[in-house]
Design a protein around this ligand. Sequence first.
Ligand code: PRX
Length: 649
Amino acid sequence: MDDIESLLKESRNFKPKADFSRKAVWNPKTVAEMRKLGEKSPERFWAKMAKENISWFQPWKKTLEWKPPFAKWFVGGKLNVAYNCIDRHLEGENSWRRNKAAILWEGEPGDSRVLTYGDLHREVCKFANVLKSQGVKTGDRVAIYMPMIPELAIAMLACARIGAPHSIVFGGFSADSLRDRINDVGAKLLVTADGGFRRGKPLALKATADKALTGTPGVEKVIVVARTGETIEMQKGRDFWWHDLMADASALCPPAKLDSEHPLYILYTSGTTGKPKGILHTTGGYLVHVATTAKVIFDLQENDTYWCTADIGWVTGHSYVIYGMLANGATTLMYEGTPNTPAEDRFWSIIEKYRVTIFYTAPTAIRTFIRWGEAHVKKHDLSSLRLLGSVGEPINPEAWIWYHRVIGQERCPIVDTWWQTETGGIIISPLPGATATKPGSATHPFPGIQTAIYTEEGQEVKPPNGGLLVLKNPWPGMLRGIWGDKERYKSTYWGKFKNVYLAGDGAHKDKNGYFWIMGRVDDVMNISGHRIGTMEVESAIVAEPHVAEAAVVGRPDEITGTAIVAFVTPKQGVAPDDALREKILKQVVRGIGALARPAEIRFTDALPKTRSGKIMRRLLRDIACHKEIVSDTTTLEDYSVLAKLRNEE
Ligand code: PRX
């Protein structure tokens, strides 16, 4: 409630500039019409978007088939995502796009590559033929574990071209995480690279993949891109160099005519159990959702240069580095490395170099830039920018204002976009030509989508009270399930309220109908905009042989949004010292990846539990935040545990 109080005091209001509104893809009049249509009939609204924004080989028969909680969109329609993202920009009235930049790529060491739509077509067709020649058929899953290089985009589009669902694993994940994901998704081929450049050094990927591959019996072939030139091991008969296979591949590969509900990809995300969920997205609905939202929320004009800083290993990269952008024939920029290599002005130098017009990043990055100081920004000409976006976590009003003033130079509207891996595309966001924004609010749901805030009992709360964020009707980009786990899909998202999707976020609506997202309400933490489940980190910690028990909570952090605090009970006779701390940290990095490293490890003889043995995380959260214990302690089994934990502060 403290947060709600502080956000309610935020009364600044930024109206769209007349000039921007006039030229916008959706001007205020169109926005009003679309909202009206979306309210009257979400299906008609989405059918209109599907016709306007996507090319179909065969039209659909039914816009939506909703057998809660299972939805099918554009039933009977046939299309191909790669065709929509590439081929159609080479034909007819758009054929001039053949030599338009599809992907502008900047490597961390400063090398760069440009792939035009024509180039992309050739490379994607060739790699699609490579996949086929390695035995990949429609429906087979392909795992991808790569740095941010153009071959990553080529690989995913090649999968889409032949209807082989991809499952991309972020390059920061450990061998254990990669192995679990490969096995869960049942991939038969892995595409990887020798490594990528990060913080000025080559970061090995193939070596990590090799470790994962010792426990992945289903993987028959591995295709390796040479990026860093580091020496790696190649297993004969299993591992092949990308450039060798591509040398002989044909550049002719007709796109598969796929059913609208054909699986496009599976992307793993953390939940409240130790096991990540494979979120399944399909073809037609997903593409309609991401193409439409990309076009109107980012106000894509033909001559824009768009840069989203997310890694393609996350959903933001899937939807708004690649699919949504290329479907619109836009120019999308990919950057391989970190924002402070070689110096803290790298992002601004990239914006200046490529004359980026639309920039989409995360609040954690913005807070980091604030700490680094304005001087780095001032060194560069950012006058090309005309629109800014934010995603991944709530943006605090101070960061919003800095973003607006220093990066946007008070000229650029900001779209604060709320969505999730599960939603596929943006759900709540301003429409930049029409919505007056308030710093910290994602504003309103996209036309055709109904969001609401419910009490625990399923009643809509009255503004300005907080509650649970829900989606009241199906939307085209929604997840179609959790890979291999129907029950978990039903219970996680649809189990609390009948036929209503539970997002897992707390939110409130102000008296003007603006939505304010407060953050996760379940045991999922949001670290630098990345979702990490407390259970996952706990499982990794207890895998360290000296640990008896662990409980993990999040505490607010100025830069990363949330930082991980781990309460750990060592086994009998094990010294709770720094050596053990180190071992635990290593174990987490090995088990999940560096992104899940706890910021703090606190040793304790025992964890506070209820009489039924449940760890009282809320209590630990209070302690981790150095707050007074505000949670109810009446169910605590052993009060002395609490006293000890408090004394240790
Ligand atoms: O808590 C919300 C937060 O990120 C969660 C979704 O994480 P993930 O599936 O990894 O996708 C992140 C990128 C779409 C949400 O449940 N979140 C995302 N965007 C926002 C946000 N919280 C507040 N404001 C946002 N704009």
